[in-house]
Ligand binder design. Sequence first.
Ligand SMILES: Nc1ncnc2c1ncn2[C@@H]1O[C@H](COP(=O)(O)OP(=O)(O)OP(=O)(O)O)[C@@H](O)[C@H]1O
Length: 232
Amino acid sequence: MIEVLDVTRVYQMGLVEVQALRGVRCSIQQGEFVGIMGPSGSGKSTLLHILGLLDSPTSGTVTIDGTDVGLLKEQEKSEFRLNHLGYVFQDYALVPELSVRENVVLPAMARGAPPDTYLKESEEILRQVGLGHRIDHRQYELSGGEQQRVAIARALINRPGILFADEPCANLDSNTSRTILNLFRELNEKYGQTIIMVTHEEWHEEFMCRVLYMKDGLIDGEKACKMRENKN
Ligand SMILES: Nc1ncnc2c1ncn2[C@@H]1O[C@H](COP(=O)(O)OP(=O)(O)OP(=O)(O)O)[C@@H](O)[C@H]1O
């Protein structure tokens, strides 16, 4: 479970201060698929980066499964990220020189997992995301949707409790986006994967349990979605 209490983030731009977050409060339960929506500049990515320990708040606290992550030292944060969190970005962020499998195992290597375990795991996860036949391919041989599925497999290799996705479908057409969102939904429904996703697209709501709406650096409202109704 994630608890966010009065989180602010101020960016200092020379003499000018930008208040990206102005006291965000929210909680996200284990096993939820939550969307973060709102106008451009409302603070969605800033909040996602703070929840994902990729940035620190100026003030306020974030607690993940009972750990006040603000109290962790840099090395501990890095271990926490590798052990508990996975990330998917809109530009996929794959290494073009590496094969699909080599990309996927990178976080497991960084974690120091034994190669025989993560090689087997990578095959299983690639099958799970529908890319069992693409293991030895390279990025340039894959469509945008396939590249994003490689990025999702890479995010899952260390079996993170929480998956963060920042506009994962921004570069994909609507059919391919649907494939990616169906995959998220399956991960969430079948495996109870917690997913927190920033998106601009209202129709993505049908895949989620709940949406948090941001405005001017604050959570301005929330809505339970179809998925939540289906679950109950
Ligand atoms: N590194 C930075 N330095 C200075 N200001 C920043 C930085 N990152 C974000 N901001 C500012 O903080 C505010 C919130 O930005 P953020 O990227 O979180 O918004 P967003 O809702 O994700 O926007 P978008 O939908 O356009 O991606 C904006 O005013 C933005 O210009």
